[in-house]
Design a protein around this ligand. Structure first.
Ligand code: GLN
Length: 455
């Protein structure tokens, strides 16, 4: 079929089904069709690249010039950025078709997409359940075939956890592999843009399209490009050495998820890999370290929303202090305020040593632990989440249990490592279970290859 037909099919599906899933915040119907016809011309003249004409959705914290970028926050409800994120620019330079912007937890803070100020996205496997988060709109749109692939962002698991909950594949690249320019900052030292797709190969193809050093992001890496990621997915895992951290096999791990993990290990061993348990005690402290560091950075990053330069502005204010205070009080939702308070507290001079500095020390310990692990193993294996998708509303009043659900994903961000989640079975309710491979820095090829053996 032609790119226009393909794009139209997706736009029609969005019209028909998205009122059940609520994954899109805005749909770019007209421009998508224009982009499709351009792409078709290129394909007809034999010049189309791999991503040419592929219809994608983009998480609504990634800027596209002229298109609203709300971060699912009242604060940015009417914000239309004057520039485009490098990752999206790259996709457009390869003539991908952008279908629209998808839902997330406000400013990417959360794990269920329930913190969106605008709508609650539903899990396509069971619409009474959450799609995960914060890239819940990205994962749900791919899972429900309302986009062929998507860009999400991952600060502590936000690409991988929703991918696991929605039965699709999500990849968080090595910190610095993909430019963060144009990604609205949550915690700058942890944030990475990553692809979500139906298959491991789809994620590899999108990663090929968005990676690379960018002068506009000082933390983006210069590295030897090497063979494409898409070409790395084949090759098998014979003689792979795979480590399974004991600290992750905790009581909180649901027995069905545990069984799926052990079944996957059998498959890996049958394919010629050697899987071995190892211990990394610092992992036990990853969640508190993550929430301290990410909230500290968030409190600083979000200070720019003051109602003065752009974003929501409270009305009828009589003083400058009232303007800032009320704009922030009215513009931010509960979870965002909680993180700002937590972060400001952790950075306060009297508490800095007790909290933030300790978290930084843990960061070093966790990185060293992984260095040691990768001196023995090609990749590290673990569940993506302790449980499968939970009911909408189930955890909204219990932030701590929501935070603990990030136990297996945050360490990859803390250490800047690549990590991929892929479906590895279903629980008794028919909900997908996610399996993760985490790799050494720039070890995307190894984790892609390990993940691809399940397809
Ligand atoms: N659930 C985590 C949090 O709430 C991760 C969020 C993310 O990766 N953006 O911080």
């Amino acid at each position: 079929i032609s790119v226009t037909e393909l794009t139209r099919t997706y736009l029609d599906r969005i019209k028909t089904y998205d009122d059940k899933i609520d994954s899109y915040l805005s749909v770019c119907g007209e421009s998508a069709l224009e982009q499709a016809s351009e792409a078709q011309k290129l394909i007809d003249s034999g010049k189309g690249e791999m991503l040419c004409g592929i219809p994608l959705s983009i998480k609504d914290n990634i800027c596209i010039e002229g298109t609203p970028t709300t971060c699912a926050s009242k604060m940015l409800e009417n914000f239309v950025p004057p520039y485009t994120a490098t990752a999206v620019n790259k996709l457009r330079a390869q003539n991908s078709v952008i279908l629209g912007k998808v839902n997330l937890d406000e400013f990417a803070m959360g794990g269920s997409t329930e913190n969106s100020a605008f709508k609650k996205t539903k899990n396509p496997f069971d619409t009474t359940r959450v799609p995960g988060g914060s890239s819940g709109g990205s994962a749900a749109s791919v899972s429900a075939s309302l986009a062929l692939g998507s860009l999400g962002s991952d600060t502590g698991g936000s690409v991988r956890q929703p991918a696991a909950f929605c039965g699709v594949v999500g990849l968080k690249p090595t910190y610095g592999l993909v430019s963060r320019y144009g990604l609205v900052a949550f915690a700058s030292s942890l944030d990475q843009i990553g692809p979500i797709g139906k298959t491991v190969e789809d994620c590899a193809i999108i990663l090929d399209g968005i990676c690379g050093q960018d002068p506009k992001d000082g933390t983006s890496l210069s590295y030897e490009a090497g063979a494409s990621y898409a070409s790395a997915v084949s090759g098998g895992i014979k003689d792979y050495k795979i480590g399974l951290p004991k600290e992750y096999l905790t009581e909180g791990l649901n027995s069905e998820v545990r069984n799926a993990l052990y079944k996957s290990i059998e498959t890996l061993e049958r394919l010629g890999a050697k899987v071995e348990e190892f211990s990394m005690p610092s992992l036990k402290h990853a969640v508190p370290a993550y929430y301290l560091m990410s909230s500290a950075e968030a409190s600083s990053n979000l200070s720019r929303y003051d109602g003065v330069k752009y974003g929501y502005r409270a009305e009828n204010c009589r003083s400058f202090n009232e303007l800032i205070g009320r704009s922030r009080a009215e513009g931010f939702g509960r979870e965002v305020k909680r993180r700002i308070l937590l972060g400001t507290y952790a950075l306060a001079s009297g508490y800095y040593d007790a909290y933030y500095k300790k978290a930084l020390k843990l960061r070093t310990l966790i990185s060293q632990g992984f260095d040691e692990a990768f001196s023995k193993y090609d990749v590290v294996l673990h569940p993506t989440t302790p449980e499968t998708a939970f009911k909408l509303g189930q955890n909204t009043d219990d932030p701590l249990s929501m935070y603990l659900a990030d136990i297996y994903t945050v360490s990859a961000n803390i250490a800047g490592l690549p990590s991929i989640s892929l479906p590895c079975g279903y629980d008794a309710n028919g909900l997908p279970i996610g399996l993760s491979f985490t790799g050494k820095p720039l070890g995307e090829r190894e984790i892609l290859r390990a993940a691809a053996t399940f397809e």
